[in-house]
Design a protein around this ligand. Structure first.
Ligand SMILES: Cc1ncc(COP(=O)(O)O)c(C=O)c1O
Length: 394
């Protein structure tokens, strides 16, 4: 066993390639087997070998779940058909009358899930500024059963002090969920900072190649794991073995990809900050970011996402987005290719305008997912689009 030769905890770079993936015992294949079978022959009735039916469990999915759990330093990993499926399954552990404290700058689909899917089932949510521990603490009620945050958040790249907020939640007997999609375990491991559950949209950095929609929950509590395992099977929002295979393949390069994303995003954020057409840059790696000190303390890198407010509001943002060439105008993020989008019109359109404006998602805000293309090509693209945005502003 590899672990016998290496008594110390392997690096994340090593786990991303090997965790959960022993070489195939029959042929020695170094890549995990893609097992498409939906059912598994049983030696006697009701006594299956390890698997009986692929919704309940599948070898390729099991390898993915083990790899993700290792990367997040969790004891249990569960893979889902999407990040939203992971969130829905987790929220199904709650019952009517439960209350959730949630960050106010979360993915629009997460907001929609709370506001329009869970609310009719009697689950109430308070949305609060996750960067303000006092406001976060004040939002708890005796009915609060879960606290939920994203750090960095989408799209304003606000941070939450995970350790501090976990302490606040735990003092009230409430578990804390951290959506770690933007950071990935390479940059931040929320369970190590005191969170109880990590959620991922694996569609993003974990897969990294914009060809799988997937999600995951990673946790340490055996009782909660038992419940999630039951719900994963009972609700059935599981990923296909092929998607699990692609995700395992994507994970192998997560460490190198994240290093490159961080480097290019930092470079572009610096340059954007100095451009006259740019009113504001949101990037936790900039010393101007109000929570830069927390980012340095809590994260190992500052990520590949950069949000900018352009002078000239929505018309300028539209001209900018339509002039981009290497950056594709598209939703989603975290792939090898660069993407740009307009949160108010696209990813966060499901949040009511007043709420969007109150939290700072203005009409001039553009979100960039910095990919792995040559950084100078990306900068040339941004410069051209900024020039297009400027035309008509003056
Ligand atoms: C931070 C974050 N969490 C969750 C989700 C939902 O994930 P999915 O689209 O895989 O359902 C997204 C999707 O954009 C996201 O950005």
């Amino acid at each position: 066993m590899r672990s016998e030769r290496s008594p110390t905890q392997p690096a994340l770079d090593t786990l991303a390639i090997h965790a959960g993936q022993e070489p195939d015992p029959v042929h020695g294949g170094v890549m995990p087997n893609l097992v498409l079978s939906t059912t598994f022959r049983q030696p006697e009735p009701g006594k299956p070998l390890q698997f009986d039916y692929s919704r309940s469990g599948n070898p390729t999915r099991q390898a993915l779940e083990a790899c993700l759990a290792a990367l997040e330093k969790a004891s249990f990993g569960f893979a889902f058909a999407s990040g939203c499926a992971a969130a829905t399954t987790l929220l199904s552990t709650l019952g009517p009358g439960a209350h959730v404290v949630c960050g106010d700058d979360v993915y629009g689909g997460t907001y929609r899930l709370f506001a329009r899917v869970m609310a009719p089932f009697g689950i109430k949510t308070s949305f609060v500024d996750q960067s303000d521990a006092g406001k976060f603490a004040a939002a708890f009620t005796p009915e609060t059963k879960l606290a939920w945050l994203e750090s960095p958040s989408n799209p304003l790249l606000k941070l939450a002090d995970i350790r501090e907020l976990a302490g606040i939640a735990h003092a009230r007997g409430v578990p804390l969920v951290v959506d770690n999609t933007f950071a990935s375990p390479m940059l931040q491991q929320p369970l190590e900072l005191g969170a109880d559950i990590v959620l991922h949209s694996a569609t993003k950095y974990l897969n990294g190649h914009s060809d799988v929609v997937g999600g995951a929950l990673l946790l340490r509590d055996p009782q909660l794991a038992e419940r999630i395992k039951f719900l994963q099977n009972a609700m059935g929002a599981v990923p296909s073995p092929f998607d699990c295979y692609l995700l395992l393949r994507g994970l192998k390069t997560l460490p190198v990809r994240m290093r490159a994303h961080c480097q290019s995003a930092a470079e572009l954020a610096q340059r954007l900050q100095a451009h006259p057409q740019v009113e504001r840059v949101y990037y936790p790696g900039l010393s101007a970011h109000p929570q830069h000190a927390l980012a340095q303390r809590q994260m190992r890198g500052f990520g590949g996402m950069v949000s900018v407010v352009l002078r000239g509001g929505e018309p300028a943002a539209r001209r900018f987005l339509q002039a981009l060439e290497w950056f594709a105008l598209a939703e989603s993020l975290g792939g090898v290719e660069s993407l740009a989008e307009h949160p108010a019109l696209m990813t966060h359109a499901s949040i009511p305008r007043e709420l969007r404006e109150a939290i700072g998602i203005s009409d001039g805000l553009v979100r960039l997912s910095v990919g792995l293309e040559g950084v100078d090509d990306l900068w040339a693209d941004l410069l051209g689009a900024l020039a297009a945005a400027e035309k008509g502003t003056g």
